[in-house]
Design a protein around this ligand. Sequence first.
Ligand code: X2X
Length: 334
Amino acid sequence: MLRQLTVLTAALALALPACADYKAEYKLSTVLGNAFPWGQAGERWVELVKEKTQGRINMKMYPGTSLVGGDQTREFTAIRQGVIDLAIGSSINWSPQVKELNIFSMPFLMPDGKALDALTQGEVGKEIFKVIEAREVVPLAWGENGSRELSNSKRPIRSPADMKGLKFRVVGSPLFLDTFSALGANPTQMSWADAQPALASGAVDGQENPLSIFNAAKLHTVGQKHLTLWHYVADPLIFVVNKDVWASWSAADKEAVRQAAIQAGKENVEKARKGVSAADPSLIRQIEANGVAVVVPTAEERAAFVAATRPVYEKWAKTIGADLVKKAEAAVGK
Ligand code: X2X
């Protein structure tokens, strides 16, 4: 009898999956699909996790923030609630819930990719991860959406005066409303899903997004004929997991998911920066070939944008926390 029981137990152990409490599918939320570096990063994470966990963790990507009906500013809350198991999200979209994330949207704080790295890979990055952890979401790695440039259908923009009265679609953080109002423009908040039809119909004149998005979304076909490379903010992407989902995994699988995120994030940063530098301007050239006039502001012209948005910077430094802002400024200055 005892022997039979032992045999039965052994047979049962073999029949059960490695971890009985693992879900058959884990939902990964992203805003953009695989035509964009962001969605490609999602697919890469899915693939690497599958490989590194020998198929124990099976993720499925839901682009278009479809798990929250396309409302990207509700994504962070949905991760906390477990409606979303994992996400690769922009600092901008989560900043309504995590005010410290507005640091990346501070106008003209980070002039280039090196400055963004100085934040994400330094003290500021560590502190941001702590803040996210305190909100009961597990952060694993950094990626990048990119340096956000300004486009519109009406005229070349070289100064705040050129922006006067133009209607711009901005993402859902109030900081963007303040920045564009300070520049004399007329900002209006909407999701990415709503932005494209609004540009096509002329309900808005312009928008701001990384060039990889401008190009892959073919914004030149919806009247966006003028582009200003002002590098005013850059949004990192953050790879995260819901805390209960995280707790349900073995130590080895947690490490596999983390390593997969780090690798996918690293590849994503490289992709996000491709073709938009002085050394490799291929993406800028391609956009120009599509009939878009590109303005590169001079140092003097850029200074006028900085001056106009300075009061916004000062105001939001208080909301974000003077300490974190100081740390960010020190990191960028290095
Ligand atoms: O909505 C945008 O502009 C996008 C796609 O860049 C973000 O999700 C922040």
